[in-house]
Design a protein around this ligand. Structure first.
Ligand code: CP
Ligand code: NVA
Length: 304
């Protein structure tokens, strides 16, 4: 059996993605009922973080602990990775010691190279290009609140960043339409747009994108690694803000999502996260459940 990885949503078939979400819903119910199964007993997760995190670190670490396993936080500040040991060598060594590895880093090819040399499953916990764990949690949140997402319309407002690009993959894998509105010059990767053009419309008008949408989502104007651009971006993105008034253009039962952390007064108005249409705290919680289900799937399907 070959080792399975989760570097983008395209690594799983649509049926596998749906199965992970179904399992996550079941594992969430078990967790609420105090019936977490100790499926990760004697299993160790290595967590490599080259960027900051609150949700990702806590959800992976808590998830492993709840299911009887252990998670190990590895920062480049105090590992040899930060002193130039090649990714390929680190992958070969770490994957002889732990059972599964998650990586948050900058360039997407780092997770690809790591996976190529790893004996155990590798999970992308955010790169500059994609954040598949988050969108998996977001789809679960939509399904729990509103049912089937296929055939629906999702609006993306703001930067064509890692989250936006992951929503493009999701549109293809789950079969919904994605309306993107971003400032000129901040579009997602043009090759992705070409590949998945049949699922996506791209424009600069946020009102047109949001009109009649079933789900509206956005993200920060400057992502991790773009701190130097924050000031310029704040000017270029002015007007690309989701507010309750903008949400009024969407369907009456539309939901609002944000992967968090959020900047109130920038991409969201001060009151957006507290609006009844906002499900941002459920999205954050679902990171815990869906990543448990994801790790179970990867371990079950990668046995040597
Ligand atoms: N949404 C998300 O991945 O949050 P963190 O950066 O806190 O992990
Ligand atoms: N686009 C954001 C997402 C954070 C979870 C970033 O990459 O910083």
């Amino acid at each position: 059996m070959t080792t399975r990885h989760f570097l983008t949503l395209l690594d799983f078939s649509p049926a596998e993605l749906r199965a992970v979400i179904e399992r996550s819903v079941a594992m969430k119910a078990d967790h609420y009922a105090g019936r977490d199964e100790q499926v990760f007993r004697n299993k160790v997760l290595g967590m490599i973080f080259e960027k900051s995190s609150t949700r990702t670190r806590v959800s992976f670490e808590a998830g492993m602990a709840q299911l009887g396993g252990h998670a190990m936080f590895l920062s480049p500040r105090d590992t040899q990775l930060g002193r130039g040991e090649p990714v390929e060598d680190s992958a070969r060594v770490l994957s002889r010691m732990v059972d599964i590895i998650m990586i948050r880093t900058f360039a997407h090819d780092v997770v690809e190279r790591f996976a190529e040399y790893s004996r155990v499953p590798v999970i992308n916990a955010l790169t500059d290009d994609f954040h598949p764990c988050q969108v998996l949690a977001d789809i679960q949140t939509y399904v729990e609140q509103r049912g089937e997402i296929s055939g629906k319309t999702v609006a993306w407002v703001g930067d064509g960043n890692n989250m936006c690009q992951t929503w493009i993959h999701a549109a293809a894998q789950f079969g919904f339409r994605l309306h993107i509105a971003c400032p000129p010059g901040f579009e997602p990767n043009h090759i992705l747009l070409q590949q998945y053009g049949q699922h996506v419309t791209l424009g600069h008008d946020i009102r047109a994108a949001v009109r009649d949408a079933d789900l509206v989502t956005t993200d920060v104007w400057a992502s991790m690694g773009q701190e130097d651009e924050q000031r310029e971006r704040a000017q270029r993105f002015r007007g690309y803000q989701v507010s309750p008034a903008l949400m009024d253009l969407a369907k009456p039962d539309a939901l609002f999502m944000h992967c968090l952390p959020a900047h109130r007064g920038e991409e969201v108005s001060e009151d957006m996260l507290d609006d009844p249409r906002s499900v941002v705290w459920d999205e954050a919680e679902n990171r815990l459940h869906v990543q448990k289900a994801l790790m179970v799937f990867l371990l079950e399907n990668s046995k040597r």
